[in-house]
Design a protein around this ligand. Structure first.
Ligand SMILES: CCCCCCCC/C=C\C=C\CC(=O)SCCNC(=O)CCNC(=O)[C@H](O)C(C)(C)COP(=O)(O)OP(=O)(O)OC[C@H]1O[C@@H](n2cnc3c(N)ncnc32)[C@H](O)[C@@H]1OP(=O)(O)O
Length: 312
């Protein structure tokens, strides 16, 4: 579930393999941690590249495991894996093709460098699942981008295209060619160079003036739009932690917040919607017509057959 190979004599390429979106299932988490430890202890390895197998970098934590504590516990916690990646004494480069979402982007943030394909997109969409980026993302992203840009990404959950990610400083380089090859060449060029400054957990958040007023205003704006959803408000609290607390205290706050959200009815309902939307796209009719074999026909008439009324 995580392929490990040595290329160019000194670069360990760790490839996440869990189609279709390379989600971080327990098996992937086990493979990833083992690979990181192998790369750490092999004296021939001088740098590491992490990529996704066959296209996408990683679609994040395996959402199917969220309702099942025994699945979650049958692999190491993402936080532990990402700490090992960040602490590695050899440069680690994320090679992002397709998408790096949720835990996928949090993994990339734990790497020391991030390379992206020009058509890749990145984001922290946990808020749409009633959660927040609970594997260090709420603490590392503000340290990299500053509070304003990080808060926007975390509260909206929007996907950011590679070009914008490069401008924001989220990606270090963007390539039109083979991302893994470019990352391997780069990894070799930084072998032996100091890494302390590349570890986001070591960095303070870029300073922000009038921090209390900024977060009070952010909280009011987010509350106004959240329509009772808890996750967006928790996102603001977590980012405030990144701006005001040392890294480890911020991580502890993130953990408390995500554990509360994870068991909430809102998160359960959001997960249900996620899978139901995808299931509904795979329709069949009593006559045997199916979503994957049917030809689309032009729509000539449309009608409203139900109406949704909301009362406040
Ligand atoms: C008790 C307390 C415990 C506390 C534990 C705390 C643990 C840490 C806390 C939180 C950490 C959260 C980090 C996260 O990563 S949350 C997940 C964030 N990721 C996402 O939200 C991405 C969701 N996926 C998508 O947006 C899309 O699927 C996308 C990746 C863009 C691909 O889109 P597309 O190509 O259109 O493909 P489909 O959407 O049709 O998906 C294809 C199939 O893959 C399944 N899928 C997709 N993503 C996931 C995923 N993350 N996990 C599991 N499965 C996933 C999807 O259902 C489709 O499958 P199927 O065809 O069977 O329906």
């Amino acid at each position: 579930m995580a392929q490990y190979r040595i290329v160019s004599g000194s670069v360990a390429v760790i490839s996440i393999q869990n189609p279709p979106v390379n989600a971080l299932s327990a098996a992937v988490r086990n493979g990833l941690l083992l690979s990181v430890r192998t790369a750490s202890s092999d004296p021939l390895v001088r740098s590491v590249v992490i990529s996704g197998h066959n296209g996408p970098f990683c679609g994040g934590a395996d959402i199917k495991e969220f309702g099942n504590v025994s699945h979650l516990e049958s692999g190491p916690h993402l936080v532990e894996i990402f700490e090992s990646v960040e602490a590695l004494a050899k440069p680690v480069v994320a090679a992002i093709e397709g998408f790096a979402l949720g835990g996928g982007l949090e993994l990339a943030l734990a790497c020391h460098y991030r390379f992206g394909h020009s058509e890749a997109r990145v984001g922290l969409p946990e808020v749409s699942l009633g959660l927040l980026p609970g594997a260090g993302g709420s603490q590392r992203l503000p340290r990299l981008l500053g509070v304003r840009a990080a808060l926007d990404m975390i509260v909206t959950g929007r996907h950011v295209a590679a070009g914008e990610a490069l401008n924001l400083g989220l990606l270090d380089r963007v390539t039109d060619g083979n991302t893994v090859d470019a990352a391997v060449r780069f990894a070799q060029s930084v072998e032996g160079k100091p890494l302390d400054d590349r570890r986001l957990g070591n960095r303070p958040c870029p300073p922000l003036e009038n921090i209390d007023a900024f977060f009070e205003d952010a909280l009011n704006r987010v509350r106004g739009r959240a329509r009772g959803a808890a996750a967006p408000l928790a996102c603001v609290q977590a980012v405030r932690g990144a701006a005001t607390l040392p890294f480890l205290q911020g991580m502890a706050l993130e953990k408390r917040l995500v554990e509360t959200l994870m068991t909430s009815g809102q998160a359960q309902a959001s997960r249900y919607c996620f899978f139901t939307e995808r299931g509904a796209a795979r329709w069949t009719t009593p006559t045997g017509a199916r979503w994957d074999t049917c030809r689309a026909r032009p729509i000539s008439t449309a009608a409203v057959i139900g109406i949704y009324a909301s009362c406040i």
